[in-house]
Design a protein around this ligand. Sequence first.
Ligand code: SF4
Ligand code: SF4
Ligand code: FES
Length: 384
Amino acid sequence: MTAPAPEYTLRLRRFDPESGQASYWQEFKVTLEGHRSVLDGILKVRDEVDGSIGIRCSCLQAICGSCGVRINDKPGLACHTHLERAAQAAPEGSRVITVEPMGNMPVIKDLIVDMDAVHWKKIQRVTPWLINKEPVPEREYVVPPESMLDITQSVACIQCGACVSDCLSMEVDPEFIGPAQFAKAYRFVGDPRDAQQYERLKDLAEDPHGIYDCTHCWMCIDACPKDVAPMSQIMRLRRLAGSDHEIEDRNNGQRHEHAFVKNIERNGLLHEADLLPDSYGGKLHPRAAPVLLDSLPVIITALLRRKITLRHALGHPYHKRFRGLRRLLDPIERRPERYELNLYVSGYDGEEPAHVAGQGPAMVATGTSGVGPPQAPDGARKSA
Ligand code: SF4
Ligand code: SF4
Ligand code: FES
């Protein structure tokens, strides 16, 4: 005899724009097996209890990306979250499964957000199509397999918006282009058939809400149900823009990144007092003067409150402690080219590892840059 299905409590965020009332919480009980999804639970409640519940869905199998919601305060796909797991993850052992609409996008009704107003509009911003090189070959373009593996991770995006929902930069700056959008941008920047790699990178670097506006908070990586790792795609866009194409953007992003490296090389540990002037070309550079003047009140306050001392502000306090760092850096810097390894692991916990033809398990190691021909063995690509 099979055990009876357990009962779960779903706490849904309700909002009806036509009612003129603010949003509110409503609880429903649903009896279903624990391996069924949160979406199954909501659809059952909608079928049997309240037909007015608004939720968007289509494929029911984590492919179409339409059922993005926040479950227990974390973004994800309702069709790809087991009821039992969600109950176990509920705060303070309450087992109450909280479901609300995704963040950073306006709510249309209940759990449905306006993807057009934010997500899709921003996707359009990155020119999400291939601009082919000329002349067009008579037959198909021949693309090295390594290059296509390189963009596989960004191609895996199902446009669910979970990363957009959790992006801290977008929360602070709604104009920020966005994690899924940069992942989409890399899909074409990294494609050797695209004719406008440089133009795309320059555009994204120069935009004040572009690649240098990401705060590396990691939220998009945690949120993504497809392991697209949008932040990693942003870092790859930056390396291509800043290091390979040496695009000096008006946001000072490239110089700021280089200043970090130089600062640590010089001090062994980040010396914050130098970072700002270094980012603008050094303390004596004319570009640095207005920025330093601007920061003067903060510097004086920090000195008065003894957050820093003059010795720390002007000297290089860690220098002696980290002399050995040079020995670590030298062999890396002497390499003629940069090696990168884009590790894209596909599949889900508990699944038998699938196999990529001729490559062993479903762990696909690829190069990243899209600049220069792939040369290194084992999927690691050298790039200038
Ligand atoms: S890492 Fe960057 S893009 Fe990703 S969520 Fe944080 S701020 Fe947004
Ligand atoms: S990057 Fe991931 S979380 Fe963001 S839209 Fe694509 S699949 Fe969803
Ligand atoms: S319904 Fe398609 S991803 Fe959930």
